[in-house]
Ligand binder design. Structure first.
Ligand code: PAF
Length: 279
């Protein structure tokens, strides 16, 4: 496994592999790797000749009052996980290499970036779309792997790929959960024991909502879930929305496949989760 810290060098290596006929898979991450990331790595190893994991805590996707500085950074452990899982390259650029002081270019996916999490995290998805564009260009990826926990992120990247004619194919991967049901996330490490206990209710409430989606009125399902989410100890609900699986438009009574997406604060930690609901 090679650790590459420079964008130009990473791109040169990737281009060499493409010339040799290798197919490249990229798993873009911000580090603090967990079993969710490992599931993406394992999938890439099945599909691709070369697996690249990028580790970059991207400052452009954090708002001024968000957790950029305190975002968990566990580089040694991350490298160990990558090594154990036969990753070929870990790309770990500096902020200055990715976003030098004279940086000017940003990618926006209009409308999709302004709903759900975008209402609460201004410029977040602009930062995500921009860094993913750069990472795809640097890694020359044939495939990019994204977890479905960040469902809106996945949809935004898929739209960007279509709109801008990227050659990279997006591979969506199912949410990995703890036995308790809690969706695995790097931010779970912020939770105290009590908060973690409280947060387990989120996936349970979503599961119950999905079970009632088939025969209950959509508004009832949503309101019922919101009431339960609000009753979780120490919680504050940013949003709880049922949207169309395909394009994130609001679901209605004719929607056959929907996603119930939520963002809930437990104390000072903002957790997102979702469940796919079918009729
Ligand atoms: O999902 C993430 O960890 C980040 O948003 C990503 C895709 C690595 C971009 O920084």
């Amino acid at each position: 496994m090679k650790v590459i810290k420079n964008a130009l060098q990473m791109q040169k290596i990737a281009l060499k592999h493409i010339k040799n006929g290798d197919e490249i898979g990229l798993i873009p991450t911000m580090g603090a790797l967990h079993d969710g990331h490992v599931s993406l790595i394992v999938k890439s190893e099945k599909n691709d000749d070369i697996t690249i994991v990028s580790i970059f805590v991207n400052p452009t996707q954090f708002g001024p009052n968000e957790d950029y500085l305190k975002y968990p950074r566990t580089v040694q452990k991350d490298l160990e996980i990558c090594r154990k899982n036969h990753v070929n390259y870990v790309f770990m650029p500096s902020v200055n290499d990715m976003f030098p002081v004279d940086y000017k270019t940003f990618v926006e996916v209009k409308a999709l970036q302004d709903i759900l999490c975008g209402k609460f995290r201004i410029n977040h998805f602009r930062g995500v779309a921009t860094v993913v564009t750069k990472l795809f260009n640097i890694s020359c990826a044939d495939r990019g792997y994204f977890g479905m926990k960040d469902f809106q992120q996945l949809k935004i990247i898929e739209k960007m790929i279509r709109d801008l004619n990227f050659r990279t194919k997006i591979v969506p991967c199912p949410i990995v959960r703890e036995k308790s049901g809690l969706a695995i996330s790097s931010r779970n490490s912020y939770l105290s024991v009590e908060e973690k206990k409280a947060s387990l209710n989120i996936s349970r409430i979503l599961r119950e909502a999905s079970e009632s989606f088939r025969d209950k009125n959509l508004n009832f399902v949503r309101k019922n879930a919101i009431n339960k989410l609000k009753r979780i100890r120490g919680s504050r609900v940013d949003y709880a929305e049922v949207v169309n699986f395909i394009d994130l438009s609001p679901a209605d009574k004719d929607t056959k496949k929907a996603v119930f997406a939520v963002a809930v604060w437990i104390g000072k930690t903002r957790l997102i989760d979702n469940v796919i609901m079918t009729k």
